[in-house]
Design a protein around this ligand. Sequence first.
Ligand code: 5GP
Ligand code: ZN
Length: 117
Amino acid sequence: MAGEPQDDCLFCKIVRGQIPATIVRETETTVAFRDINPQAPTHVLVIPRVHHPDAASLAAAEPAIAADVLREAGEIAAEEKLEGYRVVFNTGSGAGQTVFHAHAHLLGGRGLHWPPG
Ligand code: 5GP
Ligand code: ZN
């Protein structure tokens, strides 16, 4: 069923505490933790507790939780006192998505080029 935890999903395991992560913030609906391979001084992943394969699927099925993910990204950017930041949803393997549990990358703490690569 959509939203149900997946036994073979890395981020579902992080949500359940079965794989350790450096947690930054948690809410009833979201978990945010530091990326294991950071691409910027601040690189935090914000994920919904529920499993959906990508951000658009999450937004279609549970729009309030998609909003929670975005709001949390902003809260963390404020906590980390970022002057500017970028929120990225890699979607599909062609765009570099490797974990198919919806997640926002929050990147900041360095100059961010536009357009991105
Ligand atoms: P994607 O490539 O799907 O957009 O992003 C997946 C992200 O998850 C990558 O930036 C990768 O470094 C991160 N990642 C993969 N495995 C782990 C892990 O076990 N722990 C943490 N904290 N991040 C991970
Ligand atoms: Zn999952």
